[in-house]
Design a protein around this ligand. Structure first.
Ligand code: M6R
Length: 615
């Protein structure tokens, strides 16, 4: 994880880097730092804490002029979050400075070797080892910075996105990537370097995304030169035009990104099916599926791989695929799949789901599946991300940038894309009649407006939140399509409010979790009218008899649950298969309000980062 930003050009670098780091804080916020070159000297300021703490500190420590600089916001891996372990790190001579996102796995042996040659280290980081290795190579081989970086990286095992600067050769920054993202914004006589394009979106729409095992030497007033790290061969830079705009990455009047993103869901779902769901013609058009239809139709099974919320979307998809297209589906945590020698054949279709498109475990699982001959289809939000590039084909979710660490609109748009695929395959396989297909298309098209209606429960949910903000545990129950929603509701609550929460299939409660129920245990039950309703009502009765507090998500017009539950939250009626797109809304709002009332940092919960690019 970690966010990196750099600037080389004709503007003051400081405000660009600080603002850029704030936009990348979703990637980590244990510490922050900046290195600026003012034409004569290299000034470094860094501190434990957030970018706002860095601003305060740099105010006292450095003069803020200079049009070349690099900055970093850290999610700690090697070494606790403190001032010394913060990036940038300088080499022993003080000439070189580096920022790094990733992990140098063989740092220990490299460090021992460097110590034996007289190098000293102040921090516990792998990054300080790398910058001294570069310095060592530069001196030993008597080469320029670019060459030294290349030779050093060929000795390194691990993952990195780095930017390196040499104060004895100002006007040049060397960058490289392997396994961690790195974008270069190309302006008029200026370059921006960043983990994603958000730090430079208001300056240029032209971006180059470095591929794995590529490095670039960026020189002021010159073209960018990209080379392969392994063999020094030149690569033609591919300049892309960015579609993102500034408003998309601002809070737009909401107190938090998470709340903004919850409210964006009607628009996001509409954007996801726009141009793909053609109701009048009764067709679904998705190029990635169409071009690979044979692979899907001949598949023995579909294996879905993902992590966290994306894994929950995969679980919803399992129900939808099996119901609509009658293809067996297995859903796997990418982190388990990649290490357990799974049986995969050329007749498997693997669907990898990831909002960021950068999750290290998902990326590794994709590579494994490909190496065994499977066809891998990606469902990602971030355009041009590593997973989008690594997969054989795919479909973007079009949710727009998701900045809150807690995933919300990514979840509902992932389910939307997967539903479209399942419907398309159902028609192609003939497992759904054309009248049902038309009906589902119609229903899916109505979902954004139903989500808008579901969002109206906000104030009611806020009142409920007041009663439960001091809870220490919570249970979430759901059945069928809404079992994964129970898991997702529990994940949302624990990650942003730090309340312990568990999601369970409602019927499994009697096999253990029921022992937890007492008058202090809030139980959130999804009890929509079409999903095993009577059975879930019985589960609610069982909880009530043990004095548990029931918060029930029901279909509007419900009467039975209203009589027994402590609180009911109504959502619009829909086809059961689409109900997760609605039932998840009040659960997102509930965790949001509880977290706000507990004074938790909703957008940047402790210990977490938005994209998990390390194992
Ligand atoms: O970017 P990805 O979808 O691959 O991320 C997967 C998980 O890290 C992510 O969903 C995480 O669980 C979220 N914080 C959940 O809100």
């Amino acid at each position: 994880m970690c966010g990196i930003v750099g600037y080389i050009g004709h503007r003051e670098a400081y405000p660009i880097i600080i603002e850029g780091l704030k936009r990348l804080e979703y990637r980590g916020y244990d510490s922050a730092g900046i290195a600026l070159f003012d034409g004569n000297s290299l000034k470094i300021s860094k501190t434990k804490g957030k970018v706002s703490d860095l601003e305060e500190r740099s105010e006292k420590e450095i003069t803020k002029n200079g049009s070349l600089g690099i900055g970093h916001t850290r999610w700690a891996t090697h070494g606790v979050p403190n001032d010394v372990n913060s990036h940038p790190h300088a080499s022993n001579s003080g000439d070189l400075a580096i920022i790094h996102n990733g992990i140098i796995e063989n740092y220990d042996s490299l460090k021992k070797e460097l110590i034996s040659r007289g190098y000293t280290f102040q921090s516990d980081t792998d990054t300080e080892v790398l910058i001294n290795l570069i310095e060592d190579v530069k001196k030993k081989e008597n080469v320029k910075l670019g060459k030294a970086v290349q030779i050093a990286l060929n000795q390194v095992i691990g993952a990195y996105a780095i930017a390196v600067f040499d104060k004895s050769k100002p006007g040049e920054v060397v960058i490289a990537r392997l396994g961690s993202p790195l974008a270069v914004g190309v302006g008029e006589d200026e370059f921006f370097i960043a983990s994603d394009a958000s730090p430079f979106i208001e300056y240029t729409k032209n971006a180059i995304y470095l591929e794995d095992e590529e490095m670039a030497i960026i020189r002021l007033g010159k073209e960018i030169k990209i080379r392969k790290i392994i063999d020094d061969s030149l690569v033609d830079p591919y300049v892309q035009e960015l579609q993102m705009n500034l408003e998309e990455i601002e809070k737009g009047g909401y107190e938090h990104f998470m709340l903004k993103e919850i409210h964006e869901q009607p628009r996001a779902i509409r954007d996801t099916y726009r141009g793909r769901l053609l109701r009048d013609e009764a067709i679904i058009k998705m190029a990635g599926v169409e071009d690979n239809m044979k692979k899907f139709l001949n598949a023995d099974r579909i294996i879905i791989i993902a992590c966290g919320t994306s894994w929950h979307a995969g679980l919803v998809a399992e129900y939808i695929f099996e119901e609509f297209s009658r293809i067996p589906v297995e859903v796997e945590y990418a982190s388990e799949f990649r290490y357990r020698n799974p049986v995969i054949t050329e007749k498997d279709v693997v669907i990898a789901i990831s909002q960021s498109g950068e999750t290290a475990d998902t990326l590794a699982a994709i590579k494994l599946a490909k190496s065994k001959g499977a066809f891998v289809f990606g469902v990602c939000n971030v355009v041009g991300s590593s997973i989008a590039r690594e997969t054989d084909a795919g479909a973007y979710t079009h949710a727009g940038p998701e900045i809150g660490v807690a995933s919300t609109k990514a979840f509902t748009t992932q389910i939307t894309v997967l539903t479209l695929i399942a419907l398309r395959l159902a028609r192609a396989k003939g497992t759904m009649s054309s009248s049902d297909f038309r009906l589902y298309l119609q229903e899916l098209e109505l979902i954004p407006q139903k989500v808008e209606q579901a969002l109206k429960v906000d104030e009611h949910v806020k009142q409920i939140a007041k009663e439960y903000l001091l809870s220490t545990n919570c249970l979430y129950l759901g059945r069928g399509y809404n079992f994964p929603v129970a898991l997702e509701g529990a994940l949302k609550l624990k990650e942003i409010s730090y309340i312990h929460a568990e999601g369970y299939p409602a019927a499994e409660m009697k096999h253990g979790p029921i022992a937890l129920i007492d008058d202090r245990m809030p139980v959130i039950v999804i009890a929509t009218s079409k999903g095993h309703y009577e059975k879930v009502v019985s589960n609610i009765q069982e909880i009530k008899s043990r004095k548990g507090k029931i918060i029930a998500v029901v279909t509007e017009g419900d009467t039975a649950v209203k009589e027994i539950a402590d609180h009911v939250i109504e959502i619009p009626d829909s086809e059961e298969a689409f109900s997760p797109l609605l039932t998840t809304i009040p659960l997102q709002l509930l965790s949001y309000h509880i977290a706000v009332m507990r004074n938790c940092n909703v957008d940047q919960p402790r210990n977490l980062a938005k994209s998990v690019t390390v194992e």
